[in-house]
Design a protein around this ligand. Structure first.
Ligand code: GUN
Length: 283
């Protein structure tokens, strides 16, 4: 069997178009359009590329953006001052600090310093608590995008067996909670799980976010399953590859995301949506 490819570019475009229409409507009413502030520290090439994508998407949707580029040796206190300024600035709706940060900066301290209502990543502990308590919150962009991609297939999440491989704060843990909220029966698996292959084979929905290229192979996929590959790994020859062996798994799965062009574009689209929602929450 050959699986259908889940087109993350197409789904993300339709999300961005919808955000663009809602922003145009705000502007027609004479209201302020949303503004996203993106902070990047240092010159990590992957981070620079992601940040460029975020600013470009903001332009596409018609929202304002501010790119704040700080040198790699900026002090933690200077970064915290910049964030404090953005927290106070009524014209800024969303603040995103691109991760990872240089080692001399305490990432948790930085995330904690972002005003909860401007935390469009959904990384602030208050937002994380709200997510797990089932209260209104900013939902982390990648997990939110993953749910949209699953929904785009028409496969029902309700009652399904979902297996999430990887337990990061950014992807694994929140996507498991979102699947649980949609009434899936969720298993959180990881590199230490005993007989990972057998666990994965039970999954109607398999989400893989381990950061290990080729971690999931065809024999680990249930025939017809929805496979979401969150991995973005660079090969020795400079190509991007996921955590799933796409060639093999796509012979078995019902639906599968490619890398690139699957989850990646959705993360950015959801950031646009979260920023618009942060703006709308202000009235
Ligand atoms: N680095 C990798 N993914 C992300 C993300 O979703 N948000 C931020 N701020 N940094 C990241």
């Amino acid at each position: 069997m050959n699986s259908s490819i889940i087109d993350g570019k197409a789904v993300s475009l339709s999300v961005k178009e919808s955000v663009r229409e809602r922003i145009a409507a705000l502007a027609r009413e004479g209201k302020r359009v949303p503004c996203l502030a993106v902070i990047i520290v240092g010159d990590n090439p992957a981070s620079r590329s992601y940040v460029r994508g975020k600013v470009k998407a903001a332009e596409f949707t018609g929202m304002d953006s501010r790119l704040i580029e700080l040198p790699g040796d900026v002090s933690e206190s200077s970064l915290l001052e910049v964030i404090a300024g953005l927290n106070e600035d009524a014209a800024v709706d969303g603040i995103l600090v691109q991760l990872p940060l240089p080692r001399h900066i305490d990432e948790q301290k930085v995330i904690d310093s972002i005003a909860v209502e401007k935390d469009v990543d959904g990384f602030h502990p208050e937002n994380v608590a709200r997510l797990w308590l089932g209260r209104p919150c900013a939902i982390p962009c990648t997990p939110k995008g993953i749910i949209r991609l699953i929904d785009s297939t028409g496969v029902s999440i309700e009652g399904s067996r979902a297996v999430v491989v990887g337990r990061s704060n950014i992807v694994g843990k929140p996507v498991a909670k979102l699947l649980l909220d949609r009434n899936a029966t969720v298993t959180m698996a990881h590199s230490r799980s005993r007989d990972l292959a057998a666990l994965c084979r039970e999954a109607d929905i398999l989400v893989v976010a381990t950061g290990r290229p080729g971690m999931v192979t065809a024999d680990m996929v249930k025939p017809g399953a929805v496979v979401i590959d969150v991995g973005i790994n660079r090969t020795a020859d400079g190509r991007l590859t996921g955590d799933v062996d796409f060639e093999g798994a796509s012979q078995v799965a019902g639906w599968i995301t490619p890398v690139p062009g699957g989850v990646g574009p959705m993360t950015i689209a959801m950031l646009m949506e979260n920023t618009l929602e942060a703006r709308l929450a202000k009235g």
